[in-house]
Design a protein around this ligand. Sequence first.
Ligand SMILES: [Zn+2]
Length: 300
Amino acid sequence: MIRFIVYWIKTNVKEARIKVDTMGNIFVTKGNAETYPCVVAHIDEVHSKKPKDFKVIETSEILFGWSSGAKDFIGIGADDKSGVWLSLVSLKKYDNIKVALFVSEEVGCIGSSKCDLSFFTDCRYILQCDRRGSDDFITHIGGTELCSKEFIAATGFENYGYHQEMGMMTDVLTLKERGLEVSCCNISCGYYEPHTSREFTVKSDLLNCLHFVEHIIDTCNEVYPHKYQYTWNTGFYDDLYDFYYDDVYTLLTNHPDLTFEEICGAFKDYYPQANLQELEMTYEMAKQDIEYWKSKDYEN
Ligand SMILES: [Zn+2]
């Protein structure tokens, strides 16, 4: 994938300057400007093993994966190839732009947690396209603000059918936590049912995202500073562990043998900021409650 992308850029955007770091993160700069718009995505996907006869089927409306041999749907990795496509199309179109493509997002944002932050010091803002659906404009993740009010207002997100939403762990949050001082956001880019074999892309939603990204790049020419502040929002965290309890309770009722580690793996995207110890306590509590109610059943 890394080689394919670098080859594509060298062929289609000859003037771009490409740097691949030791982890495999790809950093691209095009043009010579004081400040740049920046688009980012991740290049890894959860569907690492695909059957040999895997095909991407394209209809007038959607894209999905299919294996004739298995007679089954296969995840296409639209999470986050949609974002990679949007980044490369923008790179080709604009004279001055930066693009960063991260490795290992799906296993805990490893690429963005170790990359050189100085690449982003002359960026006006960072747009990540790594969100399912068609209409989420993510300005908060896990209670942490990603961007300034000025940036949100300047994007004109409502005109593209988007609404502000709270998101899940992804690379821009990692960059913010590491001290990045510009506004970031994460935008729905038309993929659905990510991390499943039924994953698909709705082409009109992907294109709408492209138009929104292009609108931001065309109109937001200032730098939009924003400082990360760690927000310990008690209300949010109470809710968070309540949600987690419900999820764990349901999962354990159906699969009583799941360990805490396995459940953590399944929910990692949903509880990015949660404290591990609290999660483990919640897991034990759900487990005990299930046992309790089971013993009640037997008594009656
Ligand atoms: Zn993703």
